[in-house]
Design a protein. Structure first.
Ligand code: FES
Length: 84
């Protein structure tokens, strides 16, 4: 169970396949979202290398929930639903 002190955990795949197929742009969108809402302190946000899910990429995971084939136009909606 989450407490108020629990941070949202975001992991974005920065392996070459995910990165070139959308996560480069998705990363920028997430960074701007976090900066714009000043919520960095409530996040544990990190990239990771390829974990062999390339065929379902670009992959982003939030609080253990995996989002696959994430395209830039979808990112803000996902963040709003999961973080705000
Ligand atoms: S590059 Fe993301 S799973 Fe392989």
């Amino acid at each position: 169970m989450k407490t108020q002190d629990t941070k949202h955990v975001i992991r974005i795949c920065l392996g070459s396949s995910c990165y070139t197929r959308g996560n480069a742009e998705n990363l920028e969108i997430i960074q701007k979202f976090v900066e714009g809402r000043n919520i960095a302190a409530s996040l544990d946000f990190r990239g990771h290398l390829c974990n062999e899910n390339c065929n379902r990429g670009p992959v982003i995971t939030i609080d253990g929930e995996s989002f696959e084939e994430v395209q830039p136009f979808q990112v803000e909606k996902i963040l709003m639903e999961k973080l705000i």
